[in-house]
Design a protein around this ligand. Structure first.
Ligand code: FAD
Length: 366
């Protein structure tokens, strides 16, 4: 893990500040991450991946998340694409696709959302229609992270009486990728609208043949995404904590360091508590994941819910303590503030997580 961190750190360097300003991560950094297996380090070694456990991949995700949430977002999408292939594809599709995603240098995005289907993914209207040996994909997906960098998009849509996930090359005729202008945060994550205008593909592009219940498809992909976002939020909290403790020790007002003023100390205690709580929630969810426990689904939702809320609150607190010193658009705490807010929206908003957790609690209570 230390080696992976070092290698990621060397590639990231001082980039995140300017990547955030320019809204783009240099292609060579993205490709190096992709060819070194760093975008989806949990893929098993038999498919060419680094084969990390969920716990180790989580710590690595937190490390990258502490440096740059945009790059961490690319890891979330790639990992989600690989996990979807792992769970839904047949043996031949896994053997073909996983090595490409693991270390083949290709970048992938995952597309569920549509303008009329955000929280309610059962409302998706994208069609994946068999036609002889082909399949034809028609629809429009919105806010697709990593799409501006992607070679492949795993697209979810209606298929027969159920739903399916189909692997669409962005170079296929009929695919258009249009960048989302001025996102609030994760500015360099390459969010885009992906239009699919009668895209004709080999029928073998449909993972596992399709016709899965929508809820199964969505829960499968989102589970990985939620875990990844949750660990990414731990990273945001660690970055904020480092900035806040350094600043509060050095900066003096009213004749003493900010850290000695008790109302500032309360911010520091709150931020540390937020980081510790989020870390433990994520570690528990990853332990469930690694043990293949049936509790993994609810533990992952809980980790995502707690970590994203803690990160949004913690980042706001960090901006408060740094005050004018952090009030510059791409300062790490200002970036954290913008990035963290979005983490409460994606992969199941806080409200959707609350509905799932309430159902779980009602079920557990009998
Ligand atoms: P809506 O569904 O319209 O919800 C609006 C508000 O109402 C929210 O607060 C929501 O919690 C609340 N709400 C909705 N229904 C209920 C309910 N039943 N009970 C209580 N509250 C409710 N999508 C992809 O497919 N792939 C991606 O890679 C991707 N990346 C994204 C990255 C970013 C930065 C963002 C902002 C979005 C991304 N999305 C992606 C889309 C994201 O998944 C959706 O934004 C999210 O699911 C919420 O949908 P919505 O924005 O349409 O909000």
């Amino acid at each position: 893990l230390a080696e992976l961190r070092e290698s990621a750190d060397a590639l990231i360097g001082q980039g995140p500040d300017s990547w955030d300003r320019d809204g783009v991560i240099p292609d060579e950094v993205v490709r190096e991450f992709a060819t070194r297996g760093l975008l989806c380090a949990q893929v098993a070694s038999r498919y060419g991946g680094l084969g990390l456990s969920s716990a180790d991949n989580g710590e690595f995700t937190a490390f990258v998340g502490s440096r740059c949430s945009s790059l961490r977002s690319l890891m979330t999408s790639q990992g989600m694409a690989a996990w979807t292939v792992q769970r839904l594809a047949d043996r031949e599709q896994r053997a073909e696709l996983l090595p490409r995603l693991a270390r083949g240098g290709e970048v992938a995005a995952v597309a569920f959302s549509e303008s009329g289907a955000g929280s309610d993914l059962a409302a998706m209207t994208t069609r994946i229609e068999p036609d002889g040996d082909s399949v034809v994909v028609t629809g429009e997906k919105v806010w697709i992270t990593a799409a501006c960098y992607a070679d492949l998009v795993v697209v979810f849509g209606r298929h027969g009486s159920g739903s399916a996930a189909v692997v669409v090359p962005t170079s296929a005729p009929g695919v258009t990728v249009e960048r989302v202008p001025e996102p609030l945060g994760c500015v360099a994550a390459g969010h885009a609208v992906v239009r699919l205008d009668g895209v004709r593909l080999d029928a073998g592009s449909v993972l596992g043949g399709g016709e899965f219940p929508t809820s199964l498809l969505v829960t499968t992909a989102l589970s990985y995404g939620r875990m990844s976002v949750a660990w990414g939020c731990v990273g945001i909290l660690r970055a904020c904590l480092a900035e806040v403790t350094a600043h509060a020790r050095e900066r003096e007002q009213f004749g003493s360091p900010l850290a000695d003023h008790q109302l500032v100390a309360r911010h520091i205690a709150g931020l540390w508590t937020a980081e510790q709580t989020a870390t433990r929630m994520c570690a528990h969810a990853s332990a469930c994941w690694d043990a293949r426990s049936p509790d993994a689904v609810s533990a992952t939702v809980l980790a995502k819910y707690v970590s994203s809320r803690n990160a949004a609150e913690g980042a706001a607190s960090a901006v408060q303590v740094l005050a004018s010193a952090g009030a510059r658009h791409s300062h790490p705490v200002a970036r954290a503030y913008r990035d963290a807010k979005l983490m409460e929206i994606i992969e199941g908003s806080s409200e959707i997580c609350e509905l799932i957790l309430a159902r779980h609690a009602l079920g557990a209570a009998g």
